[in-house]
Write a protein that binds this ligand. Structure first.
Ligand code: HEC
Length: 146
């Protein structure tokens, strides 16, 4: 019962985040982690943290850099203040963002090319990994860079 309500609230917040382009539902992530959600409302396969950790350190073809090269160790120490922290971010938010970059619904010169080659399984693994890290969130709200 509670799970169902949570899931609905979750879906609503994802829809909102998708439309506003960066409003992070940070207040849900602790509860979400505690419940161990690793499945996505977006129909992704189950994510595997260990696989995601490996992939996060693998250099991408497009940029020649890995996720952690830009977002920092465990997604917690971005190399630029305009780069978002990923550690502890909501699983669904990460997965949704990566799908949006990959599919062209969200556009950024670095992230779009980085996400282009990701499979659904890799997106699920990366979201599981970064979502499972402890971290202080920093969303993009109010950061208007091109
Ligand atoms: C070359 C640097 C770079 C690399 C490599 C990189 N990112 Fe990013 N990432 C960025 C920047 C810059 C943004 C902000 C883009 C924007 O404003 O839309 C971003 C945004 C994101 C977001 C959206 C976060 C939010 O709060 O909206 C996610 C999720 C993400 N990256 C995950 C990843 C993953 C997973 C990888 C590895 C597959 C990766 N990134 C590799 C630079 C990078």
């Amino acid at each position: 019962m509670t799970n169902k309500i949570l899931a609905i609230a979750l879906l609503a917040s994802i829809a909102l985040a998708g439309c506003s382009g960066g409003d992070t539902p940070a207040e849900h992530s602790a509860a979400d982690r505690a419940e161990g959600h690793t499945s996505s409302s977006a129909g992704l396969p189950a994510g595997h943290i260990a696989a995601g950790e490996k992939l996060a350190q693998t250099k991408g073809k497009a940029t020649g850099q890995s996720c952690v090269d830009c977002h920092g160790a465990e997604g917690n120490a971005p190399i630029d203040e305009t780069y978002p922290k990923l550690a502890g971010q909501y699983y669904d938010y990460i997965a949704h963002s990566l799908q949006a970059y990959r599919d062209g619904d969200r556009d950024h010169p670095l992230m779009s090319s980085q996400a282009k080659e990701l499979t659904d399984q890799q997106i699920a693994d990366l979201a599981a990994y970064f979502g499972s890290r402890k971290g202080s969130l920093q969303d993009l709200h109010g950061m208007h860079h091109d």
